[in-house]
Ligand binder design. Structure first.
Ligand SMILES: O=C(CO)COP(=O)(O)O
Length: 258
C-alpha cells in the first residue's frame, strides 16, 4: 500500500488581489513550520493576476508552499483571447492547476470533452491537474451520485496515459456542499472517494489507483477536517472559503491536531 502525502489546497476563487495575496502567503509562511511541511503538502490556488507575485515571494524566501492556477486553456497557444496556457503557468513554476471545477462547468459551460482536453493540456506542460468532480443536489437525491461522479472521471481521463494518472489529484466536490456550509458526511464522502479509487484501479490498475490522491472539497473547515481526513480514501482537502482566513487554513493543514 502506497503512503500518500496529504494535500491541502486553498482555492481562493475570485478573491484577493496581488497585494493581498502577498500578505496572505506571508502569513501562511510565518505560521507553517518544517514539521507541517514534512507531514502535508500545502498549496494555494490564487487568481491568475496574483501568480507572479506569489512566485516571487515563494522563490525569494524559498518557501515550501506550492501554488497553482484555477484553470488553464485547452489550447497550447494562439488566437484565444483571454485564455492562459499551461506553458505560461509552468513558466511561473506553478505545480498545480484545477480542471473542471463545478463553477467552471456551471458558469462557463465546461463539458466532459473540454475537461478532458484541459487535463491533457495540464500534463503536456508538466502541471499536476486537480481534477474536480461531483454531483448536484438533485443527482444525490436521486441516488445517482456515484454513477454521475464516475462518469465525470471516465470522461476527463479519456486517452490519458497511466504514468500521468498516477500523479493526478482528483477532488470530489459535491456541488451542494460548496460554499453552502453543508458538508457531505465523512462516510458519504468516503463512499464516493472509495468508488473513484476503485474506478481508477479498474481503468489503470491498483498501483496507479494507490498513488492517485483524492481530495474532498465542500465547506471544509478546521471543525470538520479531522473527520474527513480519517477516511481511508481521502488524502486531502480542496478548501474554498476557509482558505481565505490564514489562521483557519493553517488549522486545516494541522488536521491531526483538531
Ligand atoms: O469549491 C470549493 C473548493 O474548490 C469548496 O468551496 P468551499 O470550501 O467554500 O465550500
Amino acid at each position: 500500500m502506497t503512503t500518500r502525502t496529504p494535500l491541502m489546497a486553498g482555492n481562493w476563487k475570485m478573491n484577493l488581489n496581488h497585494l493581498e495575496a502577498i500578505a496572505h502567503v506571508q502569513k501562511l509562511a510565518f505560521a507553517l513550520n518544517d514539521k507541517d511541511h514534512a507531514a502535508v503538502e500545502v498549496a494555494v490556488l490564487p487568481p491568475y493576476t496574483d501568480l507572479r507575485s506569489v512566485q516571487t515571494l515563494v522563490d525569494g524566501d524559498k518557501l515550501k508552499i506550492k501554488y497553482g492556477a484555477q484553470d488553464l486553456s485547452a489550447h497550447a497557444s494562439g488566437a484565444y483571447t483571454g485564455e492562459i496556457s499551461g506553458a505560461m503557468l509552468a513558466k511561473l513554476k506553478c505545480s498545480f492547476v484545477t480542471v473542471g471545477h463545478s463553477e467552471r462547468r456551471q458558469y462557463h459551460a465546461e463539458d466532459e470533452p473540454l475537461v478532458n482536453a484541459k487535463v491533457k493540456a495540464a500534463f503536456a506542460s508538466d502541471l499536476t491537474p486537480i481534477l474536480c468532480v461531483g454531483e448536484e443536489l438533485a443527482v444525490r437525491e436521486a441516488g445517482d451520485h456515484v454513477a454521475h461522479t464516475l462518469a465525470q472521471v471516465d470522461g476527463a481521463l479519456k486517452d490519458v496515459a497511466a504514468e500521468q494518472v498516477s500523479t493526478l489529484v482528483i477532488a470530489y466536490e459535491p456541488v451542494w456542499a460548496i460554499g453552502t456550509g453543508k458538508t457531505c458526511g465523512a462516510d458519504d464522502a468516503q463512499e464516493v472517494c472509495g468508488a473513484i479509487r476503485a474506478r481508477v484501479a479498474e481503468l489503470y490498475g491498483q498501483e496507479v489507483a494507490d498513488a492517485v490522491r483524492i481530495q474532498y472539497g465542500g465547506s471544509v473547515k478546521s471543525g470538520n477536517v479531522a473527520q474527513i481526513m480519517a477516511q481511508p480514501d481521502i488524502d486531502g482537502a480542496l478548501v474554498g472559503g476557509a482558505s481565505l482566513d490564514a489562521d483557519e487554513f493553517v488549522k486545516i493543514v494541522r488536521f491531526r491536531d483538531q
